[in-house]
Design a protein around this ligand. Structure first.
Ligand code: NAP
Length: 285
């Protein structure tokens, strides 16, 4: 049953799959006006079917937006302004992952991840913030990760891009709070979405048999694939939490999802990194 909520205009990036897909369908079904964006608009049908199933099609618009291409951001935002006037909430969800050890990574691997996970967020906010500031209201929800508060061997590209997003978001929170604009971070643990399947990326020398790291890289890949087979957490949990933030039932800046992730988060607050690292995965070379 739909609850009575204050209807908001919500822009979400990266809605062709995973969390973005679920958030878009869920928030539209809840009665919000959702502008679901994706870089390849030909992928929109699955989302429209899901929205229909949940009863939210009339509140859902799909627009093309590649977060790494400011032109597409500008053009989507100008269409949104013409049609809906003001965007109440922007959810910076689009993101990419990458596996591989630092020495096997090229600079372009890091740049690729930062272009999407960090500069992509900046591209969207550059367009949207001046209007929010003029109106003295608005909400920015950045989808970060537990990888933003503990590093993992074999994930330096991803972790560093999400850590950058966290530092940026904390600073933005302080800059925008006096202007009436809210900033929230959402930090999910692992969920089986396409980021671990067809959207997965590997550093350039991941499969280089001459690399010192070849053996551990392949072991890491196999263990993640195995873990994904057993992972039964429902990504809808993330969409539900985001809905609670949008609707004001949750007001924390930082939102860690799930029991295990919360345990890790709080342990890290209490323990030194070194004592935490003693228990963390370390490769055997
Ligand atoms: N799944 C997890 O375990 C997990 C955990 C913590 C945080 N996260 C974060 O959650 C967010 C969503 O990931 P997900 O798990 O839902 O993975 P996903 O299913 O792979 O979804 C990622 C989405 O981002 C889009 N995207 C990639 N590059 C883009 C670009 N340049 N412009 C616009 N959209 C782009 C993808 O679109 P295409 O279809 O065009 O590639 C896709 O729709 C990411 O920020 C990720 O880092 C995920």
């Amino acid at each position: 049953m739909k609850r009575t909520v204050q209807r908001k205009v919500i822009l979400i990036t990266g809605c062709s799959s995973g969390f973005g897909f679920l958030m878009a369908a869920r928030l539209a079904a809840q009665g919000h006006q959702v502008i679901a964006t994706m870089r390849d608009i030909s992928k929109k049908d699955a989302l429209l079917v899901e929205a229909e199933k949940r009863g939210g099609t009339s509140n859902l618009a799909v627009l093309a937006l590649d977060v790494t291409d400011p032109k597409t951001v500008r053009s989507a935002l100008s269409r949104i302004r013409e049609q809906y006037g003001f965007v109440d909430v922007v959810i910076n969800n689009a993101g990419v992952g990458m596996m591989g050890f630092f020495e096997d990574a090229l600079e372009e691997d890091f740049r690729f991840l930062f272009e999407v996970n960090f500069f992509g967020v900046l591209n969207v906010l550059r367009e949207i913030l001046p209007v929010m500031r003029q109106h003295g209201k608005g909400q920015i929800i950045n989808i970060s990760s537990v990888s933003a508060f503990f590093g993992s061997a074999g994930y330096s590209t991803y972790c560093s891009s999400k850590w950058a997003l966290e530092g940026f978001s904390e600073s933005l929170y302080l800059e925008l709070a006096p202007l009436g604009i809210k900033v929230n971070l959402v930090e999910p643990g692992s969920y089986h979405t396409r980021i671990f399947e067809e959207n997965s990326h590997f550093v350039k020398n991941f499969d280089n048999k001459d690399s010192f790291y070849y053996k551990v890289s392949q072991q890491l890949k196999a263990s993640v694939e195995q873990y994904m087979k057993t992972l039964d957490k429902d990504p809808e949990e993330v969409a539900e939490l985001v809905e609670q933030i949008v609707e004001g039932q949750r007001t924390s800046f930082r939102n860690v999802i799930g029991f295990r992730s919360n345990v890790r988060y709080w342990l890290l607050k209490l323990m030194s990194f070194e004592s935490f690292a003693r228990r963390a995965y370390k490769p055997t070379y």
